[in-house]
Design a protein around this ligand. Sequence first.
Ligand code: FAD
Length: 260
Amino acid sequence: MDIIKKNLNIKKKIQSTESSIIKYPYGENDPYAIIELVASTQIYSKKYNIDQMPVLSARVSHASSGKSGNNPDADLNLMRYLADNEHLSPFEHQSVTFKVILPLFVAREWMRHRTQSYNEVSMRYSSDPVGKFYFPLFWRKQEVKNKQSSLGMIENQKECTEILKQTYQNCLDSYKKLLDLGVCREQARLVVPVGNYTQYYATANLRNWFNFYRLRIDGGAQWEIRQYAKCIDEILSQIWPNSWNVLKETLDKKTKKKAS
Ligand SMILES: Cc1cc2nc3c(=O)[nH]c(=O)nc-3n(C[C@H](O)[C@H](O)[C@H](O)COP(=O)(O)OP(=O)(O)OC[C@H]3O[C@@H](n4cnc5c(N)ncnc54)[C@H](O)[C@@H]3O)c2cc1C
């Protein structure tokens, strides 16, 4: 609740936001991982701003959209009511496009989110994407209880990285050899490992970005995709502090309810 109160002066905040925000999910030293805000919905009226879209669209039910913007507290309360009661269609009018550069194994998880629209680089068209590899900052141990998860750090980090380095090099050498032998790119890519980076544009509305965030920020999601979820949160918190944060608040409320 406090986060939202602090952000009431949203118009000012939006004006000061860069049109393109780039993050490095695995740390600034990672040469490839990027998430960039490419496009987001605008309102062509001086009366409203886009962060009010959920209340504008909700109030159309009783033909009272014009009331929006006069009382920021009432707008916020309505937005919160909508989010708390899962009346979520008013959160579907704000569209966001990100350009994402991420390892293939993360992309496979990400693309399970079917309500996003995608356009991805083609390894049939170009060999350029091949050879840009992800190196984990830390090697994690297998979690025993949760078979999908990891827990704690491996002692011999260097050896793990060395194995990965060699494997990547072998894959890259094989890829190049196949191309030299005249094999088409669409088959040569069979040797490309899931640690290779890919890139795509992903577009969704706010409701579906929240669904992505909710599922992928959770401790049960893989660490690598969680870093991208964090970036999305940072960016959306900046551009639409009210409508994004009321959605996020519902997570806190659920967690508190579970704990009590
Ligand atoms: C921690 C974690 C572990 C996972 N492990 C696995 C795994 O082992 N194997 C695996 O296959 N997947 C796994 N998944 C993927 C998961 O099953 C979902 O496919 C993924 O999280 C996308 O969620 P979603 O369907 O809500 O998103 P979206 O596809 O974006 O859909 C958003 C919402 O739209 C509705 N919707 C979309 N499509 C349909 C449809 N066809 N029918 C009905 N309603 C629809 C649903 O309400 C859905 O919640 C995992 C996900 C997480 C977060």
